[in-house]
Design a protein around this ligand. Structure first.
Ligand code: FES
Length: 68
């Protein structure tokens, strides 16, 4: 099984790749995909997925591992 990775995009969403299922608070699965972009800015109209609103809203966050 391939490793699942979550990439924190600079000023944008979390990109999830690999074997995973996104479920709602009741455990119901969203449509299965190999790659999804999860909203990190809170402005998406299609939460939990990114719809590009982070660009319009000027979301700014570029964390680096090991610098917390
Ligand atoms: S991160 Fe893209 S809309 Fe929120």
């Amino acid at each position: 099984m391939a490793e699942t990775t979550i990439t924190v995009r600079d000023n944008g969403p979390y990109i999830v790749r690999g074997e995973f299922t996104v479920v709602d608070a009741e455990g119901k699965p969203f449509e299965k995909k190999d790659v999804v972009a999860l909203c990190r800015c809170g402005h998406s109209a299609t939460k939990p997925f990114c719809d590009g609103a982070h660009q319009r809203e000027g979301f700014s966050s570029a964390p680096r591992a090991g610098q917390s």
